[in-house]
Design a protein around this ligand. Structure first.
Ligand code: GRF
Length: 217
């Protein structure tokens, strides 16, 4: 049965746009049924509106992370959601939602975890840290969310070279192109029930990953 997906956002929403596009094109056996934003000014809300997808604005309002996550959980349960996707969502989920949706919350991170991740590592600051560190390779990671920050089981990763003349803009732009393929692939695999978590490892089961439709993205 087609899965009902909620996408949580705080900003631009280019990854949300890709997910909508690819689910409507039939590459993902699921429907983007709800968009939740922590920020009323997020352009992602405009994208949801253009595609007639219901959206909610849930402000953090200086609550604790647990209390905020409980509000999100209630909304998700009311909308009968199967999968939660964090695509540029700047708040940390904690408390009951982590257990209730264990291995059913997917996060996208713009580096090769476990490098350049954890508290405060996001946005321009992250890509600047990558450039200043002198590493030759960065990338993107899609993982399940556990109780920590960027510590959950890794579903997919892809490397992106750091070039000598890279700026934050040029590097983040190339990482974003990879993210726009990697996140839909992971969501597609989830919707086909092809992801099995064993400890920290995620097994891609049920047929050859390389020959599967997600490889064509
Ligand atoms: C992405 O780089 C994602 O990895 C990070 O936030 C960014 C979201 O971009 N968590 P967008 O809002 O989907 O354009």
């Amino acid at each position: 049965m087609s899965k009902r997906i909620a996408v949580l956002v705080s900003g631009n929403g280019s990854n949300l746009e890709r997910l909508i596009e690819l689910s409507r094109a039939g590459f993902i056996d699921g429907e983007i049924s709800l968009v939740i934003s922590s920020n009323e000014k997020a352009f992602a809300l405009e994208r949801a509106k253009r595609h007639s997808i219901p959206s909610r604005i849930l402000h953090f309002n200086s609550r604790s992370c647990d209390a905020y996550s409980d509000v999100i959980l209630q909304t998700i349960v009311d909308c009968e959601i199967d999968l939660i996707v964090l695509a540029g969502f700047l708040k940390i989920l904690s408390g009951k939602i982590i257990e209730r949706f264990r291995n059913r919350i997917i996060n996208l991170h713009p580096s090769l975890i476990p490098s350049f991740c954890g508290k405060g590592m996001y946005g321009e600051r992250l890509h600047r840290a990558v450039i200043e560190s002198g590493v030759r390779i960065t990338g993107a990671t899609v993982h399940f969310v556990d109780g920590g920050t960027d510590t959950g089981p890794i579903i997919l990763q892809e490397a992106v070279p750091v070039l000598c003349d890279d700026t934050v803009e040029s590097l983040s732009g190339r990482v974003a192109l990879v993210e726009h393929r990697l996140l839909p692939k992971a969501v597609s695999l989830f919707c086909k029930d092809r992801l099995t978590v064993r400890g920290k490892r995620v097994l891609i089961t049920g047929g050859s990953y390389e020959n599967s439709v997600v490889e064509r993205l």
